[in-house]
Design a protein around this ligand. Sequence first.
Ligand code: PMP
Length: 461
Amino acid sequence: MTVLAKNLNIAELVARDTAHHFHPFTDHNAFHAEGGARVITQADGVWIWDAKGNKLLDGMAGLWCVNVGYGRKELAEVAYRQMLDLPYYNTFFKTTTVPTTELAAKISANMPERFKHIFFVNSGSEANDTIVRFVRHYWKLMGKPYRSQIIGRRRGYHGSTMIAASMGGMEGMHGQGGLPLPGFHHVQHPYWYDFGRDLTPDQFGLEAAADLEKKILELGPENVAAFIGEPIQGAAGVLIPPKTYWPEVQKICRKYGVLLIADEVICGFGRTGNWWGFQTLGFEPDIVAMAKGLSSGYQPIGAVAFSDRLIKDFFDKGEEFYHGMTYAGHPVAAAVALKNLEIIEDEKLVERVKDYGSYFAEGLKSLNDHPIVGETRSVGLIGAIELAKDKKTRARFDKPGRVGTLCRDHCFNNGLIMRACWDTMVLAPPFVISKKEIDEMVRLARIALDKTYQDVKAEMA
Ligand code: PMP
């Protein structure tokens, strides 16, 4: 236990949290009634500990971000050294810092040739906000200011700021704060399990892509600035599109001159077994948003990569981009991110994800025989378990999310962190997970599924 945990009066801390802490994405009434926060105090590898000493396998790598695993001393050391050397300086007025520039070069070196310019931000949401400002201004510079409409997908998740949430297609979020803002539109998400009916996944992939073309034509192609998508939709429930989907989406974007944006906030930096999700899913974006795995969550940092074609036009026009955050390219965050990328390279973690991905997939598949499992799927180290009332017809339990929440709570109480996206259980463990730990993750998942099944049976009895 850490010193912090040893000296902790947990009850007092939880009471203070209940009294003073307004949590994101939390129903506080229910949360407080259940006794308040679980205090996480320590972590190592794929494991986290709470203040009561419970040990949990973190099947979600925090929020899909702690890719190199917890407890990396080298990342702490690099942050400490950078703080002593230069804790802060900005990059606004013709200045830079060593780690910021090195990081831009390092990201670029791990991308296809055409991505040479990196713009830094502090989060995935800010990356996507930045992209909207950039593309709209880009089209204005190109003499097409009417090209301003942005198309995303239903249940897409691109962040929580007003713009990022507008790009996203989460209905619950749209219901708060008057979203989506004007100029944002959403099309069919490639979710074969729920929407594929009796089509093959490949047929459905083309059908979902066709919905994008329909929307472009409805808006008028000359008015559409860009289409954004996560290569694999994470928060929607790890939706792995049929292989026909992305190439067709790319074809449609090219046909109408619509810029193609890949939101790589979850998929980037190796999660799918390649450096980028677009490489795994087979498409070539013009702009890439990234965050999370960039620093493995050890520091808040995000970035946007722009392809040469856009940058050349943008720079050639000779106009300043009136956009930037105080902490953009923060030297401490950049130093940590740089070291994190070195770890990924030195330990060949992307190759490891590809290699262990098939073991993870086998583990998930072993759950297919469970009475409430409708489907399992995964790519690299990101996967999902669909909870179904009827395996054959893919019928759902009533009140979407209710059974998923039951399952998630059983996981939590039994040593596994697995997230519920409605009734889809999702997993994205740190890349350093061992085969033994994958076995343990699957074993704990089965226990939670069994318990959930007992609950469901009891309700029906
Ligand atoms: N895009 C995707 C695909 C995400 O999953 C997230 C966060 N879960 C974001 C953007 C937003 O990132 P942030 O929370 O760092 O703003």
